[in-house]
Design a protein around this ligand. Sequence first.
Ligand code: PHE
Length: 337
Amino acid sequence: DQYWEEVKNWTPSSAEEVEIYRLKFLVSKGILKNLFEEFKNVSVEEKRALGKVLNEFKQATEGRFNEFKDQFSEEQSKAKPSQDLTLPGPGFEFGARHPLSLVRKEIVEIFKKLGFVVAEGPEIEDDWHNFSALNFPEEHPARDMQDTFFIRKQAGNDIALRTHTSSVQVRMMENGKPPFRAIMPGRVYRNEAISARAHCFFHQVEGLYIDEGVSFADLKQTLFHFVQEMYGEGTKVRFRPSYFPFTEPSAEMDISCTICKGAGCNMCKYTGWVEILGCGMVDPNVLENSGIDAAKYTGFAFGMGIERITNLKYEIKDLRLFSENDIRFLKQFESET
Ligand code: PHE
């Protein structure tokens, strides 16, 4: 009877009190089990009446426990904010294409429409493909034009990080037969102090077109078309004579400043013109070095820096932004495709 009262009046106010109840009545050394142990010792006559009471007590004790359990597990889940299913889920952060990737893609698209295919080559290059085959004589000062990162210095067999994508021209000509019409995007390296205007690596797109009867007029028209597509109709171009060991004649191409439209700005240094690429007719020596009959074939080549093209398109004034991975810079290109 004493236990009946206790079970009936037990009103726990916390999950801990439910646990105390369980430990008192329901575990294997608890009151319920003890009563059943004692039950074994009573006489047969008493067993009848007592057995009934004992079973009722068992059901009541266990029943109360289940009630308590439900009550407190419900309250607990209500208190836990992480289980509020009406809260919105955590948001996703979407990345954006890097501006250099955007512009490389755009350059590739323009030339693809003219029938150029895309080719690639290694960034670690030997002396032959980066210099010698491109008509840079041994010990010639032109090699100093490009501050090279050497990996291995060994007479006539240097290994270096490529200083330009022109090495891919050589590989293409060595491994195939003319005609060639390809562009070759890639990363190049030069040992220069890092500043707003120079970096130890940057990106180029090389172009090569070799066939019978290709002339400088083809070169001019192709690049003129590229500029109209890239910067809009009416962008002017001009060619200045220049020098590269692998082209003859050689030129640098300027475009009318896309930032100030000739009004004068820092980008064009108040001249109205900005240089965007080097180009020229492939030197016959280069063709012969790669096993191509220079009496039969002619061609042109050009090379542009993707950073420069991008700076002019998006008015970016510091090269370092491209490699700093600053999310505030990169986020500005989210809407571009
Ligand atoms: N390779 C040259 C450079 O890096 C660019 C160039 C490419 C010039 C092809 C002429 C022809 O400066």
